[in-house]
Design a protein around this ligand. Structure first.
Ligand code: PGA
Length: 247
């Protein structure tokens, strides 16, 4: 199964997002019928329920862009995993670089989020990726290690379902600068190697994200061990999004 994850970020207002789904409804349904391909839309929290209802009974999956690390309680402004479950979310992004920029979770918090989601059968999509300076100075392995090593250690033996790890080099997000496939494969190999240390290799699935578009997607699909794309900008351009899924 190959995942096409449409990360809408906070780009569309509620009304715009609903109109986008309705305008492209037929196209979404066509995509939902493709074999071995899953479409997952990650809208703003406020849009989840309505979009889920629009695609009711169709094979379009819905995800959230983050979740609280806490059980329901006095946590103003947060959104619980139980609510995401009630709304029918199948996936949840955690540690997207745009979140890490403002409020980075500790490895312990990240691990708790993964396990809470896993308990509710919501598949966590953990984003990792190095900054440009770590890429240029060839310190990317260290950067990725900091983001996965302790988390893998903490979830090892406890996670039941899959964990998607989305490799998104920070300098590739929204910039048009995609690294060479060889670099992406090297990082994928490294993540697999690390996951083996914690007996997680059967559970980890790998995605790539960062400036995937209708022109480079065909080539990027050749990345070894690739299980999906995390698509930002292009997911808001339905014609091109559809082209990528149909490749
Ligand atoms: P992009 O974003 O496709 O616009 O580069 C990807 C992401 O942030 O997940």
């Amino acid at each position: 199964m190959f995942i096409y994850a449409a990360n809408w970020k906070m780009k569309m207002s509620f009304n715009e997002a609903v109109a986008f789904c309705k305008d492209n409804y037929k196209g979404f349904l066509e995509l939902s019928e493709l074999k071995d391909k899953n479409i997952v839309i990650f809208p703003e929290f406020t849009q989840i329920k309505t979009i889920k209802d629009i695609f009711d009974k169709n094979n379009i999956f819905i995800g959230a862009q983050d979740c609280s690390v806490n059980d329901p309680g006095a946590f103003t402004g947060q959104v619980s995993v139980s609510s995401l479950k009630d709304l029918g979310c199948s996936y949840c992004i955690i540690e997207h670089s745009e979140m890490r920029e403002y409020r980075q979770d500790s490895p312990e918090e990240t691990a708790v989020k993964i396990l809470r989601l896993d308990q509710e059968n919501i598949i966590p999509v953990l984003c990792v990726g190095e900054y440009l300076q770590d890429f240029l100075s060839k310190k990317y392995r260290d950067a990725i290690k900091d983001q996965i090593n302790r988390v893998f250690e903490l979830i090892s033996g406890y996670i039941n379902g899959n964990l998607y790890v989305a490799y998104e080099p920070v300098f590739a997000i929204g910039t048009g600068n995609v690294p060479e496939i060889a670099h992406i494969e090297e990082v994928f190999d490294y993540i697999i190697e690390e996951s083996k240390k914690f007996k997680l290799d059967g559970k980890i699935k790998l995605m790539y994200g960062g400036s995937v578009n209708e022109k480079n997607a065909k080539n990027l699909k050749n990345i070894r061990n690739l299980n999906g794309f995390l698509l930002g900008g292009v997911s808001l351009d339905f014609k091109n999004f559809k082209k990528i899924v149909e490749l």
